[in-house]
Design a protein around this ligand. Structure first.
Ligand code: NAP
Length: 333
């Protein structure tokens, strides 16, 4: 794209937006930057701060140092990076709505998008093109105590909560890159971090493993699963069971961080967009097109393989270009 000066955005036809972008992680905001610079005046429905699944900014808001995003040789904090993405989208005229999409009707184009009451007879917004970038969220263990103790010693976000565990012994469950990243970060605060993993080898990449193994504040509890989280008003211990011997024991920790993977935020599209068995949206190969005309998907909601901020941003760019070309060929934008 060139740096041509902006002209006035086209008037929306009968109140129909050119593009609505659902979600505001790296994918959604990159789609916003590109579609705003293509003069499409996108509306970005960015999620709401109270919800962990669709909070504005996506998963990077729960991250600490991002060392692998190109352009930041000294690294950047996840939330800071997302603020920059958002400012860049706004600079070119993307409209940001801090709200949660409650329903979609993708039987168009034009397609309907509801915020607020999903039973309302008419959609709150309509758009010729919809870009879905709702991302993914943390998986939980499925234990009863999780709901009671989340925010009271139990966390899915080391960035948000690590500070509260200064000089304490805490645990991280999981054996992937997320678990290694969280455990390593948490040693900035905790006196000791025990990684509880259900197998005897990690899934994490070698560099992340090596970093964790080299950290003398991290110890590993292999072949163990968490069977209970103890404490009424705050977490006081974690019950684990050895998968080989069946023996249970209690880890005397004051914090537990869950880092066992993610689930795509695709419930909203059930029955309307094709999903894979694991829930991720299906897009055409090497493109962001879904099988529904005028609907595009990008970022973690359709990527169960790379799942990186930079690949999400790249696919957001693809979605904006795909949407722009589709709008033009369909005679809309
Ligand atoms: P992941 O790679 O799917 O790893 C999940 C881990 O949790 C696995 O070790 C798994 O055990 C364990 N697990 C899953 N369900 C469990 C359960 N119910 N009870 C106990 N343990 C359970 O997920 P992730 O670590 O979130 O990473 C996701 C993707 O993001 C990966 O592609 C990763 O490379 C990437 N990532 C990259 C970075 C980075 O480069 N800075 C940071 C974070 C994530 P098993 O091994 O036994 O299956």
């Amino acid at each position: 794209m060139t740096d041509a000066p902006m002209t006035n955005p086209p008037q929306a036809e009968q109140g129909i937006h050119n593009v609505i972008i659902i979600g505001s992680g790296p994918a959604g905001l990159t789609a916003a930057i590109y579609s705003a610079r293509a003069n499409l005046a996108p509306l970005v429905i960015e999620g709401e701060p109270s919800s962990t699944s669709d909070q504005p900014g996506g998963q990077l808001m729960l991250t600490t140092d991002v060392e692998n995003y190109p352009g930041f040789p000294d690294g950047v904090m996840g939330p800071e990076l997302m603020i920059k993405f958002r400012e860049q989208a706004q600079r070119f005229g993307a409209e940001m709505l801090t709200d949660k999409v409650t329903r979609v009707d993708l039987s168009g184009p034009p397609h309907g998008v509801w915020v607020g009451d999903p039973e309302a007879p008419k959609p709150t917004y309509r758009a010729w093109a919809v870009i879905v970038s709702t991302g993914a969220q943390s998986l939980m263990l499925g234990l009863e105590a999780e709901e009671r103790l989340i925010g009271h010693g139990l966390s899915t976000c080391a960035t948000c909560d690590g500070f509260f565990f200064r000089d304490q012994h805490i645990a991280v469950v999981g054996g992937g890159d997320s678990a290694m990243e969280e455990a390593t970060f948490l040693t900035r605060f905790a006196s000791k971090v025990t990684v509880i993993h259900r197998r005897d080898e990690l899934r994490a990449s070698k560099i992340m493993q090596d970093r964790a193994f080299a950290n003398d504040r991290i110890e590993f509890l292999w072949n163990n699963v968490v069977t209970d989280i103890q404490g009424e008003e705050k977490l006081t211990g974690v019950e684990v069971q050895n998968t080989a011997t069946g023996e249970t024991s209690v880890l005397d920790v004051t914090g537990l961080f869950i880092a066992i993977g993610h689930r795509p935020n695709t419930d909203l599209f059930e029955g309307q967009l094709k999903r894979k068995e694991n829930g991720y949206l299906v897009t055409e190969p090497d493109s962001s097109h879904t099988e529904v005309e005028g609907v595009f998907a990008c970022g973690d909601v359709q990527d169960d393989f790379y799942r990186q901020a930079v690949t999400a941003a790249g696919s957001g760019c693809m979605a904006a270009i795909d949407a722009e070309r589709w709008l033009e060929s369909a005679g809309h934008g």
